[in-house]
Each structure stands twice: as structure tokens, then as C-alpha cells.
Write a protein that binds this ligand. Structure first.
Ligand SMILES: Cc1ncc(COP(=O)(O)O)c(C=O)c1O
Length: 407
């Protein structure tokens, strides 16, 4: 058997564009280059976790909580997730309707395994978080990719959604995935557009999935609305977790929430439980740590207040500096910690965003992610977690790079 036969077709087609320059970056570092990395949205690289959550993690180990837990997740934690949504959004569901996963990533994987057969389709708005397409493809699915509207603060554009569905007439998409706040655009979606999109989902018999993993990271007075508030009576699932709102990426804790009692939502939950059983348990000490994080609301709010203010300031600075370059333009983000900038190729001797990202790394030692990796060629994504000094330096280098390649 040669290597081509040995390796699976789907597996060999999966990649993460956010990490694709890793080898080149490591090589450069080995040879003494100091790189500025603005490619990975990992708050754990910039902020220490909440002390009480870390303490609870250590205590869980000291108390001997190192065994498997129930596949659905620790009951008290599931109840705490239910209380969080009740307190924050007045959305009611019981802890029985929550499955604790190893990050939202595992929930995305389960979701596709649960719903997608070979050649089934799903609606994913672009630009999208890279994992969405990877997991859909792993299940043999086909993506329907309506564009978000750059001209309208990257909001959902219903005409685009309807156009994309029309272009795939004959297919019956299984689900529509909404990301709010959005990665990579940093947009907080408007309630109005979401309501319309959910109507379209309902009319087309699509299950609605809402990835709300950044729902606490909202600033500039933007108003976040949970899909749980506007999809009542419509089959849907909410995704959330520890990675971004608790800046605890390494804990690998996600929440898959099934708030509705309809047959579709509940049968999806049952399949989730089967898949969770196949992997036995999510990380045990992390579940105890997250329980402390959710229980102690005052400490959490205090922890986040400072971080959100800092991220808002850094994101505003990044937007201003990018728009001042003369080569790039970006919509001001109001959530998460990303900025998605259009490259004005008419002013540059560069062919596309991939070449832009590669040459920038080689020449200016700045590592970022190409927009085509998020399904939107012609853009770059910058992470706004680094300090103002690092953001200023990296955008100065980007400007210098553009000047060197000016047409
Ligand atoms: C929109 C979105 N969903 C999910 C994830 C993955 O989250 P987790 O660390 O919980 O797997 C990310 C990570 O960047 C993300 O941006």
C-alpha cells in the first residue's frame, strides 16, 4: 500500500489556515528572527486566567477529581450554565439540556457527525471561523456560503443568504450557523438581521446553530442578542464555553445547549450524548474549575471588565492605524478580538492575500492570517489581543511592507 492509499481522502484535505505558516515561522525563529505574531486568537497567551478558577482547578486535582465524569458533564456545571443564560438573557432551559464538551471545537465536531451525511449541505456565513468548514468537510458535507456584508458592518445580508440558497436549489441544507460576535470580523450582529435569517432558516427547515463563544466580549455600546432570545419555538442549539469569555483556552470546556423541547432539537441532543459517551468524558478538573468560574459571578465580572476595556481600546487603535495606512481598510470591530482588513490590491504589486501574508512574514516578520482561510479572499485578519505597542509596531511594519510593494 503506498502512502496515498494509506491516508484518508478527507483527513489529508483538512488544514487550519491560522496555523499554516507555523513551519516557516519556526524556521525563521530558529535562525534568530524575532517575529510579531498576530495570528492566533488565544487570550491565554496574553492574560492570566482568573485566580479563583485556577485555584479551583488545582483543588479539584488535590481532592482527587481525576476520574471520568458522566459523559454529559458534571450536573452542577450544567445547572450553572443554565443559570448563566437565565441571569444574562432570561433564557430558560434545564441542566439536562446542556452537554459539556471539550471546547466548542468538540461540539462543532459532534454537531456535524450528528447531522451531516455525505453530500448534505449547511449554511455558513463567510468570512467564517476556520473550524466550521473543516468539520463539515470531515463529515462529507458541502458548504453554502453567503457573504456577510462588509458595507453594513459585516452584518448578515438577507439578499445574499437568499441568493446563496437559490444557487444551491435542490439541496436542503441541514443547519444554518450564526457566529455572534463574529470571528474574524469582530462584528456584533444586529438583532434585526438575525431575526430575518432565522425566519429564512425556519422557512427552509434548517436547524439553527448559534456560536456565542464571545458573548461577553462586546464593547463600544454594541448590543448583543442571544439567538436563544429570538429563536423560541424554532429548533436551535447554542454554543458557548470557557475559552474566550473566561480566557481559559487550555481548559477545553464548551457548552452545547439544546433549549427547545421539539423532536429535532431533542434527537440531536440524544446523538450528542451518544457521541459524548464514545469519548467517555470531558476534562474532569476543568469542569470543577469552570463551576467555580460560573458560581462566582462578582469575581468574573470584575476580571472581565478590565480585559474588555483593554481589548476595546486596542481594537479601536488597530482600526485607526489600519485605515491610516492608505493600503488597507477595516470596519471598526465591536466584539471579540479581531479586525478583518481589506487589502487594496489596486495599489500593490501583490497578487492575493496568501502572497501578502507569506511575504509579510518573510520580509517584515509579522505573522497574521490570510482572509481566504476564512472563506474571504482579499483580506487579512489581525488579532487585537497584543498590547497597543505591539499593535502599533505590527501595523507600522505592514505599512512599510505595502510601501515597498507599492504599484
Ligand atoms: C467562533 C469560534 N468558535 C469556536 C472556537 C473554538 O473554541 P474552543 O476553544 O472552545 O474549542 C473559536 C476559537 O477561536 C472561535 O473563534
Amino acid at each position: 500500500m503506498d502512502n496515498e492509499q494509506f491516508i484518508s481522502n478527507v483527513g489529508s484535505n483538512i488544514e487550519n489556515p491560522i496555523l499554516e505558516q507555523g513551519r516557516m515561522a519556526r524556521d525563521m525563529e530558529k535562525h534568530g528572527s524575532k517575529l510579531i505574531k498576530i495570528n492566533i486568537g488565544d487570550p491565554g497567551m496574553y492574560f492570566k486566567m482568573q485566580k479563583n478558577v485556577l485555584w479551583a482547578f488545582k483543588k479539584a486535582i488535590d481532592d482527587g477529581h481525576t476520574n471520568y465524569l458522566e459523559e454529559q458533564g458534571l450536573q452542577e456545571l450544567r445547572e450553572a450554565v443554565s443559570k448563566r443564560y437565565k441571569d444574562m438573557y432570561n433564557i430558560e432551559f434545564s441542566g439536562d439540556n446542556v452537554v459539556i464538551t471539550q471546547g466548542v471545537s468538540e461540539a462543532l465536531s459532534f454537531m456535524n457527525q450528528a447531522m451531516i451525511n455525505e453530500n448534505d449541505s449547511a449554511v455558513i456565513f463567510r468570512p467564517f471561523f476556520t473550524e466550521y468548514l473543516a468539520y463539515l468537510k470531515l463529515s462529507g458535507g458541502v458548504a453554502i456560503l453567503p457573504s456577510l456584508d462588509e458595507g453594513n458592518n459585516w452584518d448578515i445580508n438577507i439578499t445574499e443568504l437568499e441568493k446563496a440558497l437559490k444557487a444551491h436549489k435542490g439541496r436542503k441544507p441541514k443547519y444554518m450557523l450564526i457566529t455572534n460576535p463574529n470571528n474574524p470580523t469582530g462584528t456584533v450582529l444586529s438583532e434585526k438581521a438575525m431575526r430575518k435569517a432565522i425566519e429564512v432558516a425556519k422557512d427552509n427547515d434548517m436547524f439553527v446553530v448559534s456560536d456565542e463563544v464571545y458573548d461577553e466580549l462586546v464593547y463600544n455600546g454594541a448590543g448583543f442578542t442571544s439567538v436563544g432570545n429570538i429563536a423560541t419555538g424554532i429548533p436551535h442549539m447554542l454554543l458557548n464555553g470557557a475559552s474566550k469569555n473566561y480566557m481559559a483556552t487550555g481548559m477545553r470546556i464548551g457548552f452545547a445547549i439544546f433549549p427547545e423541547d421539539d423532536a429535532k432539537t431533542q434527537s440531536l441532543k440524544e446523538v450528542f450524548l451518544g457521541l459524548a459517551g464514545a469519548r467517555l468524558s470531558a476534562n474532569t478538573p476543568s469542569q470543577y474549575a469552570m463551576l467555580e468560574g460560573l458560581h462566582n459571578k462578582a469575581k468574573h465580572e470584575e476580571f472581565m471588565r478590565v480585559k474588555i476595556a483593554q481589548i476595546a481600546k486596542q481594537s479601536a487603535l488597530a482600526a485607526k492605524l489600519i485605515n491610516d495606512t492608505g493600503f488597507l481598510t477595516a470596519v471598526q470591530p465591536n466584539g471579540a478580538f479581531y479586525i478583518f482588513a481589506r487589502i487594496h490590491f489596486d495599489k500593490l504589486n501583490i497578487a492575493n492575500d496568501k502572497e501578502f501574508a507569506e511575504l509579510l512574514l518573510r520580509e517584515q516578520k509579522v505573522q497574521l492570517t490570510r482572509g481566504s482561510g476564512f472563506g474571504m479572499p482579499g483580506f487579512i485578519r489581525i488579532v487585537t489581543l497584543p498590547s497597543e505597542a505591539v499593535i502599533t509596531e505590527s501595523i507600522a511594519r505592514i505599512k512599510k511592507f505595502c510601501e515597498a510593494h507599492q504599484r
